[in-house]
Design a protein around this ligand. Sequence first.
Ligand SMILES: *Cc1c(COP(=O)(O)O)cnc(C)c1O
Length: 398
Amino acid sequence: MHHTSTAAAIAPELAGGVLHIDLAALTDNWRRLRAASGAAECAAVVKANAYGVGQAEAVPALWRAGCRTFFVAHPAEALRARADAPGAVIYVLNGLPPGVARRLAAAGVRPVLGSVAELEEWRREAGDAPAGLQLDTGMSRLGLTEAEAAAVVSQPPAFISLVMSHFVTAEVPDHAMNAAQIARFEAMSAGFGPTPRSLANSSGIMLPQRPHYDLTRPGYALYGGNPTPGLANPMRPVVSLRCRIQQIRHVPQDVTVGYNGRWRARRPSRIAIVSVGYADGFLRSASTRNLDAPLANAHGEPGGAALVAGQLCPFAGVVSMDLLAIDITDVPEGAVAAGDEATLIGDSLDIDTVAERIGTIGYEVLTSLGQRYARIYGADAARPGTATESGAAPASQS
Ligand SMILES: *Cc1c(COP(=O)(O)O)cnc(C)c1O
């Protein structure tokens, strides 16, 4: 049996789309990443509501699978994760905001200290409660510089439980920056003795240098994103988004569809309307236009598309707040009717493909997933190969 998210669950028939989140695939992906991490511990990055799939569901599922260390970005996320996994080690990647050290220490939450000022505040306010330390090896975002790290190393605080840094471009495996960051991390972390070290995100785990150290920190790949762009995706899909075709309209040649008339029927066309729009996080950059250029979005990419009756069908025109239009003219008339399903994410439209078509990255597709969908935590029965022998999708345990 499926079950829906507890907080204000939305019934599928009342929603514009149904988001399936396959927690079994999520935990399977974590096991695959753990195997790929060699001897290192494999953590889970669950910031931004677990990349949009739902922290309250993802964290307990990962905990039951054996994950013991979680990374979030903000202190508020950490306190929620603490409630979801009371026994877990929880790090706050974005460091220590002023005035919250005692609350974090009391909750057993560890900030990843990102500056000398944060280090000093933690030392002053949190006593010997453990914390991580960020080293800047090239991101120029958070973390101690080489000079600052050298000063800390001369008297390393005993409360540092993890020394870490972050790759700039690990998804490009032969980029010179990867080797440079590994070398810099080696040099900067050497003085911290046996303190556990961490460098690899999802793509970092897959780098030929295998920079796993003591702890890996995958996020995107857990949620089905491809950590090895250009190669086959070794992860299982976690998210699918399906919606009901509300009506099918026959649009005469030369008539436009949607706001600003950006798409004009070049032939008598059939247009399927679905109740999903940019307010559902289906990004406006998925809009297509065919007036001044061949079918494209504003960035020159092919623009959004849906799968209808197994066929890839481009969006027609601008994505509205609550609706979008799909050009189904090439789907045979008898093969699709109002009430049938359109797939916006799923099957051949995996999150990386969706992102590429609309000119963004799969991370943004995931973290934009809207709050108006019916969310079902279980395998998607419509997706080939995910149903169990009985034909029913396995229930999640959360
Ligand atoms: C988001 C983040 C990760 C996870 O990265 P993915 O590419 O999603 O695997 C790891 N470390 C840090 C510091 C991050 O900000």
